[in-house]
Design a protein around this ligand. Sequence first.
Ligand code: HEM
Length: 401
Amino acid sequence: MATNIQQPSHVFASAAFFQNPYPLYEQLRAESPIYKGSAFKYPGWYVTGYDEAVAIFKNKAVFQNRMPLPETTKRYERLRKLQQEMMLFKNAYDHKRLRGLVGKAFHAQMIEEYRPYIEETVHELLDEISRKKQMDVVMDFAFPLASLVIAKILGVPRKDQERFRAWAMCFIQTIDLTRSREDMMQGNKQAALLGHYFQSLIAEKRQTPQDDLISRLIDEEEISDEELLATCVLLVIAGHETTVNLISNAVLSLLQHESQLLLLKKDPTFIRGAIEETLRFESPTQMVARVAVSDIEVNGNHIKEGAQLYVLLGAVNRDPAKFSEPHQFDIARTSNHHLAFGYGSHFCIGAALARVEAEVAVQVLLEKADQLELATAEPRWRRLIGFRALESCPLYFEHTI
Ligand code: HEM
């Protein structure tokens, strides 16, 4: 097995890894596209090969989604109770049932109806920012946009969106491999607050239904009260943190690759390609997990029942066997079949929404900017393994309103 790779537990924990995880992914893939080892205290199979990832996603009978917290966990009970009702951690019939109910609201056609709201919100945010001449793409732009949009779809009052950031950040930390005991305790506390918040919002909407997703789900007979609550929480979190990352990563990647920025400015029809390439090049979700429910052979590797698998999407999306020049950011790339939104039965429900939000955000930002420059040469990344998330990304930005 591994010869020249340092113990991954040390490499994963290093500051260099969080700034740039790709050299380690290369090393892992060179050893084996399905590498058996451990990151921190989590032993399992680390998947960096594209074909191997697809094979695993396709075999949903054997490779299943599981809650990160075991069902016996008492200490983080509130968090566990919410997780256990989320479609993300369900399989087979229950997964299909929940996904069917929620998925309707996120079809590409439905999402197009929100485009005018997204455009209007982007203009408002940029006009506001322009008064300051400097902005942090993450906190001043991407975050308020993503939270206002998901709040609009769910039917959450605009004033409450401020609270989402803390919840989303906390939750993400509890499912990341970097999680500590403090993260879990904080996550459990936040889960209780979020649970209470949605419980009272759902009660209000039962009394006075409105034209929003929560009111529509209340009318569905096939969803239990606990599932409804967990679905609201999942959508706030899933629909949020990753979209913030996509928008911020797209702005950063374009500003770091001048030829690509010029190409997009010259021909705005490349916007779709720019967002797809960001999804591949700096995948907002870097890892998804599966558990093998029976013994199985993948590519000559014997995976035992109960084994944990970590599919490193950020690595898979730079597999040279699938993508030519994988480390180049190329917005004109064709056949960009990245796996940034996953694959198969758990494929991201919010993909169409994330794409529209990012396309509008980046396009309008470029159209409006008289000046757009990175205010720091090396923006800092958050210390997460499962997500490619900028801590902040300061820019000089000016436009005439
Ligand atoms: C599932 C990524 C935005 C809701 C997933 C999965 C990935 C992903 C990789 C699959 C997880 C797995 O296979 O275990 C992303 C990225 C996004 C994004 C990169 C933005 C750039 C959104 C948005 C929403 C959303 C905007 C909703 C508003 C969900 C839900 C699931 C999911 C509900 C679970 C689907 C299921 O279990 O069937 N997402 N997501 N996501 N995503 Fe997203």
